[in-house]
Design a protein around this ligand. Structure first.
Ligand SMILES: [Zn+2]
Length: 228
């Protein structure tokens, strides 16, 4: 039975927010499979409004192919379109459908050059997928690597999957840096934290009328242990 589509466009930052709000139980993919659409080509993509594209693609996968789902994302220069829900398995790569996300980069990268805007959205979208469930970009695959597929040109050579993987790794590293502010904990800062804590402890003990242990008392204990 056809699973239905989400059919919504997101700018890269909005996509990150959307994905962060998804719940992934019980289905959870193990890696991303990268495709290019081939048809439609990038040159043809904007000949129809995005919503019409989604309906045409739904017709293709549901009625012509008679599949229960399609790929998860279609990544263009302006938007990242969510097609099959990211919280369920799709259909895009015969060996890997049950446990992967299928990402279609819009264009035919055997014949067309990859535009920087499409690449930027692809890197961001794929990094977001890796980020949300903690995938390692090393696990990312190209459709043509599927031993059961006859799509040996998916994606075409103008979309270099090795370079895409490296760019996704870089993007993930940048996002992590943004979260913990490097260099904030210098030795000076750490020293201040320790000194402040010691003062507080001494003050608290004085307030309770307790005296810090005298050095002589500590020495006594030490020598007592030494005799054993
Ligand atoms: Zn493919």
């Amino acid at each position: 039975m056809w699973k239905g589509i989400v059919g919504k466009p997101f700018a890269a930052e909005d996509f990150r927010e959307y994905v962060a709000g998804l719940k992934f139980n019980p289905w959870r993919p193990r890696f991303v499979v990268v495709h290019n659409t081939a048809a439609p080509t990038f040159a043809d993509w904007h000949k129809h409004p995005g919503e019409v594209r989604m309906r045409n693609l739904e017709h293709y996968y549901r009625d012509e192919k008679q599949w229960d789902a399609g790929p998860h994302l279609f990544v263009a220069d302006d938007f990242i379109w969510v097609f099959t829900s990211l919280t369920t398995s799709g259909r895009h790569s015969p060996s890997w459908n049950p446990f992967s996300w299928g990402v279609e980069v819009v264009g035919n990268y055997t014949t067309e050059p990859l535009s920087p805007a499409v690449l930027a959205n692809a890197v961001s979208a794929i990094a977001t997928l890796h980020e949300v469930i903690g995938l390692d970009p090393a696990t990312m695959r190209a459709h043509r690597e599927d031993p059961k597929t006859d799509h040996t040109d998916c994606p075409g050579p103008n979309l270099d999957v090795e370079k895409l993987r490296a760019a996704v790794s870089d993007e993930l590293a940048l996002r992590q840096v943004g979260e913990h502010v490097p260099g904030a904990l210098t030795p000076e800062v750490l020293d201040n934290v320790v000194i402040t804590a010691t003062h507080k402890t001494k003050k608290a003990m004085k307030a309770k009328g307790a005296k810090p242990k005298h050095k002589a008392q500590r020495r006594k204990k030490k020598s007592a242990r030494g005799k054993k």
